[in-house]
Design a protein around this ligand. Structure first.
Ligand code: PGA
Length: 248
């Protein structure tokens, strides 16, 4: 299982960031869970270069630009040079700030070109009885993967994050049967976009949206999900430890 801790802008203090990193290292050493920490960008510099632990570092976003006269941009090459391995692309909180499918597709290309692993976030705003949310997911995945070669497509991790479930509590997260259905659906969409059918089974599908210690085990056990993208519950050492222990 893979757990990606998306600290968002919850962790604004370097001492707390260090505590969380230390906790993650202990948890990764004590369990078989792969942990990726995605701190706020400058905090990556606190850890990434000298990191020799089992915990990997990820970025919460990346620029669509490549190097040069691009004031304020954080390029995939900079992240790569620091030892970052994963990059979250197209998070709904970035989409809410105006990022569209074309920009997200370019960002994905930049990440892949640097040899980093992209985590593509997709998710509907709301559910409806006609199933049009399924079309939203299909469109988000296919437009983002379209520019990539068939082989590179298989390197993209998909994080299914329904917007209606983000930032709430375990009780308001997705139900396990709905998650199982979505994971199957996403694999079906991927199978259509991949060179061979086998590819869609190899690539990872994560879930995010109010994953807490109260629901992580049920969600993992009752669906074919490969891991989780965790926001608020990853931003405190105690809640993050409880979450990892619940899953382990
Ligand atoms: P949440 O956030 O766990 O706080 O709901 C998840 C995410 O947005 O990645």
């Amino acid at each position: 299982m893979l757990v990606v801790a998306n600290w968002k802008a919850y962790v604004e203090d370097a001492a707390k960031a260090k505590k969380l990193f230390a906790a993650a290292k202990r948890l990764a050493a004590a369990t078989r869970i792969s942990i990726v920490l995605a701190p706020s960008a400058p905090q990556i510099g606190l850890f990434a270069l000298k990191n020799v632990s089992r915990v990997a570092l990820g970025a919460q976003d990346v620029s669509e630009a490549t190097g040069g006269p691009q004031t304020g941009e954080m390029t995939a090459a900079v992240l790569n040079s620091l030892g970052v391995k994963y990059v979250i692309v197209g998070h709904s909180e970035r989409r809410a700030r105006g990022e569209g499918d074309a920009l997200i597709a370019t960002k994905l290309e930049r990440v892949v070109a640097e040899g980093l692993t992209p985590i593509l976030c997709v998710g509907e705003q709301a559910r409806d009885s006609e199933g049009s949310y399924l079309r939203v997911i299909r469109e988000q995945i296919s437009s983002a993967l379209a520019p990539l070669s068939p082989k590179d497509r298989t390197r993209v991790i998909i994080a299914y994050e329904p917007v209606w479930a983000i930032g709430k509590s375990a009780a308001e997260a997705i139900q396990v049967t709905d998650l199982a259905e979505m994971v199957l659906y996403i694999r079906k969409v991927l199978a259509e976009l991949y060179p061979g059918k086998a590819g869609s089974d190899r690539s990872l599908v994560l879930y995010g949206g109010s994953v807490e210690s109260d629901n992580i085990r049920d969600l993992a056990g009752g669906s074919r999900v490969d891991g989780f993208l965790v926001g608020h519950a990853s931003a405190e050492p105690a809640t993050f430890s409880a979450l990892i222990k619940a899953l382990a």
